[in-house]
Design a protein around this ligand. Structure first.
Ligand SMILES: C[S@@+](CC[C@H](N)C(=O)[O-])C[C@H]1O[C@@H](n2cnc3c(N)ncnc32)[C@H](O)[C@@H]1O
Ligand code: SF4
Length: 412
C-alpha cells in the first residue's frame, strides 16, 4: 500500500484559502495536476498512491472518477475566486491515467478550460503505460487537447522489466511512439513524446542499461526522464531486498549509469535541463515540471494529490473511497495543510532550483550558503555564471552526480 500522508494542520471543510495566498496567484505560473489512482497491477517498487481493482474495495470504481475530478475543479474555481489567470499546464499522472477512457480524460481538460481558460500555448500531458493505449485512444487524446505524452518505458530488457514487475512487452514501446506520432504528437506540432527510464534495477548490467538507452533513442523521443530506482520502504521490492532475494542497488552503479546516459542522450541531441531530465530543445522541456521546480502555483486534483498556492500547501485524503465521500458531500477533499514560512520557501528553492541547468540565483542563499559557494566551485562541482538578472550557481557535470551533497553544503 502507498505510504502515509504527512500530518499538517486540518484543512477547512470548504477548502478556502487566506487572501494572502490568493493575492499572488499565478505570478510564477499556474498549473493543474490530475491524479488518476488506478493501476492494473502494482509494480513492486512503486509506493505512489494507486490502487488495483482489489485494493479499491467495494463501492469505488473507475467509471465515476472523471465526474468527481470535475467536481473538485469546480470547487477550485470557487476557492480561487474570480481570477482571470489562465492555466499554463495540465499534467495527468498516476497511477495509470490511460486506464480511463480518453473521453473521461478530455472531459476533465474541458472542465479546466471552461472554469479557468487555458493559455494559448497550454501544455497538456498524460503519463501512459505502453500497454494501456491504442492508436484510437491517442487520436482521441490529441483531438481533445492533449499536447504531450510521457510513456513509462523503464527498460527494454525483459529480465529488468520482470524485476520491476512491468507488464508490457518491450516491443510495444516503439509501436506506441509511432502511434503517438501518427496521432499528431509530433515535435513540430506539440510537446511531443517523452520516455521514462529507470536505472540501477537489481540485476541490470551496464550492457542492459546501454541497450535500454539505445532502444529509447531509436524511438527519437523529444524528451527523456531517467531516474535511479529508489527502494521505497513498505514496497514488495524493499521486502525482497531485506530478505536477501535481490541486492540493494549501489550508489556507484547509479553514478556510472548516469554518466553513460548523459553521454548517449547528449550525442543524440538531448540536453539536460534538470538533473534527471533531458530534451531536444527548450520547446520540448516539460513546462509543467518546470513550474513545480520554480515554485509556481498548482492545484492537485484527486485522492492524495498535493497542491500549492501562494505558500499554502495542502494534500487530499488518500483513498479513492474517502475522496468520493468528500466530493459526494460537497466538501473539500483536502485532508491537511501547512503554511510555508519564508525560510521553508527559501530552502525549497535551493533544493529545486540548484537541480536546474539555469541554476540557482545566489540571492536565494543566506550568508552561510554564500560562504559555502567558493568551496563547491573549487571542488569542480559548480560554477558561478553571470546573467543580466544576477549571478547564478550552476552544477557542473561532476556536480550533477553529487547534487544532494552540494545542496547540503549550501543549507548548512
Ligand atoms: C508513478 S509512475 C506513473 C505513470 C505510469 N504508471 C508508469 O508507471 O509509467 C511515474 C514514474 O515514476 C516512476 N517510479 C515510480 N516509483 C519509482 C521508484 N521507486 N524509483 C524510481 N522511479 C519510480 C515510474 O517508473 C514512472 O516512470
Ligand atoms: S504502473 Fe506506474 S503507477 Fe502503477 S504501480 Fe507501476 S509504477 Fe506505480
Amino acid at each position: 500500500m502507498p505510504s502515509a500522508l504527512p500530518p499538517g494542520d486540518p484543512a477547512p471543510a470548504d477548502g478556502s484559502l487566506p487572501p494572502s495566498a490568493l493575492s499572488t496567484l499565478g505570478e510564477r505560473g499556474f498549473a493543474f495536476y490530475v491524479h488518476v489512482p488506478f493501476c492494473t497491477v502494482r509494480c513492486g517498487y512503486c509506493d505512489f498512491n494507486t490502487y488495483t481493482a482489489t485494493e479499491l474495495g467495494p463501492g469505488v470504481n473507475r467509471s465515476t472518477y472523471a465526474d468527481q475530478a470535475i467536481a473538485e475543479i469546480r470547487q477550485a474555481r470557487t476557492v480561487l475566486g474570480d481570477t482571470d489567470r489562465r492555466v499554463d499546464t495540465i499534467f495527468f499522472g498516476g497511477g495509470t491515467p490511460t486506464l480511463l477512457p480518453p473521453t473521461d480524460l478530455t472531459r476533465i481538460v474541458a472542465a479546466i478550460r471552461d472554469e479557468f481558460g487555458l493559455s494559448a500555448d497550454v501544455e497538456v500531458t498524460t503519463e501512459a503505460n505502453p500497454d494501456s493505449v491504442t492508436l484510437k485512444d491517442l487520436d482521441e487524446l490529441r483531438a481533445g487537447g492533449f499536447t504531450r505524452l510521457s510513456f513509462g518505458m523503464q527498460s527494454s530488457v525483459p529480465h529488468v522489466l520482470a524485476v520491476l514487475d512491468r507488464t508490457h512487452d518491450p516491443k510495444r514501446v516503439p509501436a506506441v511512439v509511432e502511434w503517438a506520432r501518427a496521432a499528431g504528437f509530433t515535435s513540430r506540432d506539440s510537446g511531443g513524446v517523452s520516455l521514462d527510464l529507470i536505472y540501477g534495477t537489481p540485476g541490470e548490467s551496464m550492457a542492459d542499461w546501454e541497450a535500454s538507452l539505445d532502444t529509447a533513442l531509436a524511438c527519437e523521443p523529444d524528451h527523456v526522464s531517467a531516474y535511479s530506482l529508489i527502494v521505497e520502504d513498505g514496497t514488495a521490492l524493499a521486502r525482497r531486498v531485506r530478505r536477501g532475494e535481490l541486492p540493494m542497488p549501489d550508489e556507484d552503479d547509479y553514478a556510472d549509469k548516469y554518466v553513460v546516459a548523459d553521454e548517449r542522450l547528449r550525442k543524440q541531441g538531448l540536453e539536460w535541463y534538470e538533473v534527471s531530465n533531458w530534451a531536444t530543445s527548450p520547446d520540448h522541456q516539460c513546462r509543467h515540471n518546470l513550474l513545480y521546480w520554480r515554485s509556481a502555483d498548482w492545484w492537485g486534483v484527486g485522492p492524495g494529490a498535493h497542491s500549492h498556492v501562494g505558500g499554502v500547501r495542502w494534500w487530499n485524503v488518500k483513498h479513492p473511497a474517502a475522496y468520493a465521500d468528500r466530493i459526494g458531500a460537497d466538501l473539500s477533499p483536502a485532508h491537511g495543510r501547512e503554511t510555508l514560512t519564508a525560510e521553508d520557501r527559501r530552502v525549497e528553492r535551493v533544493l529545486l532550483e540548484l537541480r536546474l541547468k539555469e541554476g540557482l540565483s545566489l540571492d536565494v542563499l543566506d550568508d552561510a550558503g554564500r560562504a559555502a559557494v567558493p568551496a563547491q566551485v573549487e571542488r569542480g562541482l559548480a560554477v558561478v555564471t553571470r546573467t543580466p538578472a544576477g549571478d547564478r550557481l550552476v552544477l557542473t557535470d561532476a556536480g550533477r552526480l553529487l547534487a544532494d551533497g552540494v545542496v547540503r553544503e549550501l543549507l548548512m
